[in-house]
Structures are given as structure tokens and as C-alpha cells.
Ligand binder design. Sequence first.
Ligand SMILES: *Cc1c(COP(=O)(O)O)cnc(C)c1O
Length: 423
Amino acid sequence: MKEFFKIEPKLLELDIRAREMCKDTFAEIDRISMHNQHKVLSAFINNKVSEADLGISTGYGYGDRGRDNLEKVFAECMGAEDSLIRHNFVSGTHTLAVMLFGVLRPNDTMLCLTGRPYDTLIGVLGIDGHSDGSLKDFGVNYEEVALNDEGRPNLDEIKSRLKNKFYKVAYIQRSRGYSLRPSLTVEEIGVLVKAVKEISPDTLVLVDNCYGEFVDTIEPTSVGADLIAGSLIKNPGGGIAPTGGYIAGRADLIEKCAYRLTCAGVGREVGASLGHNRELYMGLFAAPHTVGEALKTATYAGALFELLGYESTPKYDAKRADIIESVLLGSSEALIAFCQGMQKGAPVDSFVTPEPWDMPGYDDPVIMAAGAFTLGASIELSADAPLREPFAAWLQGGLNFASGQAGVLLGAQSMIDKGIIKL
Ligand SMILES: *Cc1c(COP(=O)(O)O)cnc(C)c1O
């Protein structure tokens, strides 16, 4: 390492100790990625993926066998009946919106079980005062159950709401997003699904699965969720898919989502793959391994920063439900120094210096470190941080552990250079 990067000898000693601390967790991560890799490989084999599937279609995209077969392969990987996995979902938010608009109808009510949803969903729901084109604009009502004091779903309140009223959709967000609440494990999602279905069997349980895919050996669809959705520039794209999203779950509901993705009466039969099939297959094939590398990077960051005297959540030895690590750095100066240092270790744009800026939709300035092959891909090592209490850097991704480790170390080194950390 010291041959290539300017890193203090004392920090390199901590690097060795941090990796030692991570040993057991790394072994568990390896066990899960191995299981998931075998699952994905067998789905490719069972569905007879062929070279012809990697070809391109243009125009309407009728009869695109590769596209259709990928949806079968992906459904099997997710333990689901069916799926839509397409490059023309433009983002995770778009995918989640297609899922919600796909199943909700005017006068229906959805209930979010996990407090306020991820920032970009607010506009989709129309609960920020600007309702044009939102679910609210189409007559869909929204309610939420706030998280309890520990940041967990409030099961008693959820049950009492479900007993009092029929909700068409119960919505669960697996990952914490930009909050410090614990992310939900698949097991915890299973408990929520069971509670919903016992009281109200006709309520559909939909899960925002972003950042969660392949972190565990099963997905929420295996514990009763009706639909899950996520982004391909996060976990399931394996760092190779250049754009896109997926929805997986019950076949009748996937059909409804397909009518929303394209249009009623046409559905999933169209959509030219334009040559993206190959990248989507390759990305899915790489995903279990890539997610493991990202999990190792997150674990390592937690361990290293613990040695440096900073709190991180989840702790390095905790069971993880997604690939996100929050490192509580305590001040704007520390956040800026860390992000600028991490940027220096990016394979792309290492020479630029990130600065805080007033990002639309945020009340405080945000600083971001990202030097990715795919714009905005957060399965690649990245950190973003709103400059506000508790001055946490949200760290995620890492296509391989060695480069993730270098990025995290360079972040710490930059804090040393600025006199914020004294070794
Ligand atoms: C990333 C993410 C989304 C979708 O975000 P996009 O930037 O639109 O892809 C939604 N929910 C959660 C929890 C996420 O992490």
C-alpha cells in the first residue's frame, strides 16, 4: 500500500488491526455471497441462458428473448413468481413509483409502516405540497406510522391502524436511507408481513428493497412480501448495469406494474433492450460477489473508525441489513476532510475536490465523494453527508474490497493531514 499511497505508518498499523477485527464478519459475508452466487448461477442454468439472450433488439423490442428470460432468471434469484428488470427504469425512485402506481387506484389508501419514506419518494406520494402528477393528484391517500424511539417499526400502532381501516398497500422501506435508524433485516420484514396479513390478508405488502439485495441469503419476497423494487445502479446491477431498476413478486401484480411501465393493453411485451441485456445479465451474475465486497468495505470502515475514536452504525461486528455504513465524524470540517480524502482514492475523478453545495431538496449543504464508472452508482464506493448534526458520512459501495479499503484509508489520512485526527 505505502508503495502507491501516502499513508502514515501509524494509520497503516491501525489498518492491520482493523482488518484483524473484521475477520469473523468477513467470513460470514463470504458465506452469504457464496450461497447467493450459487443461487444466481443455478438460476442462469435452470433458465438456459444462452448466447442469443445477450443480443440486442431495437424499435418495439417484440420477441426480445434475452429480455424476457432475464426476467425469469431474476425472479428465481429473488424467490419471486415473476419480475420486471429493465434498463428503461430511469432510477430507483422511478421503479418504486411504477410499483405504487401499478397497484394503487383512486380512493385507495397506503400505509407506510417505517416512518417517513426516503426523500425522493415524497414527491411521488405528493405529501410535500407539490402534488402535480403524484399519487395524491390521482386520488390515492397516504398515511404513515412513525418509528418508535429506538427507530424500529411500531408494531402495536401498525396493528391498531390495520384493525380500524382497510389499507390497499402496506409499504416498508428496508434500508435506513439518510436517517440513523437501523435498517430492517429480512427476518424483521417477515414479522411485519405476518402482522399485516393476519389482520388484513388483502393488504398488499410492498417493499423498497434498495441497498438490501443479496445482503442476506433470502429477500423479502421469501417472507411474504407481495412486491419488492430496487435500483440497478445499486446492489443487483453488480456495478456493471449502467442504469435501470427491477420489480419482483406476485405474477398478477407484476403484470399491473408492466401496464404502468409501458401502457395498458401493451404491458411487458415491448421495450427494446438496445444491447443492454448483456450488461444486465453480467451485472446480476456479479452482484452477489460485488455486494460482499461492498459489505466488507462498510465493515472495515466501521472497524477503522472505531480505532480512530469515532462511532459508526452499524458497528463492525453487527448483523447487516444493507450496504450502508454511517460514520459519525462530529464536525463539518471532519466531514469535508474525509470526503475530500476519499475522493482522492477514486478510480475516476480522483483529482477533483468535492465541496459542500446546496442540493435541491435538502435543507443543509451536502458534500459528496464519488468517483464512479457509472454516474451516481452507489454500489461503487461513495460517501455523502449533509452538513448537520450528527455530522455523519453515509458511506456505501466498493466494487472490490482493496479499492474500498484504500478509499477509506485516504479519507482518514486526509483528516490526519488537516489536524482533525492526531495519532
Ligand atoms: C436509492 C434509494 C431509493 C431510490 O433512489 P434513486 O436515487 O432514485 O435511485 C429509494 N429508497 C432508498 C431507501 C434508497 O436507498
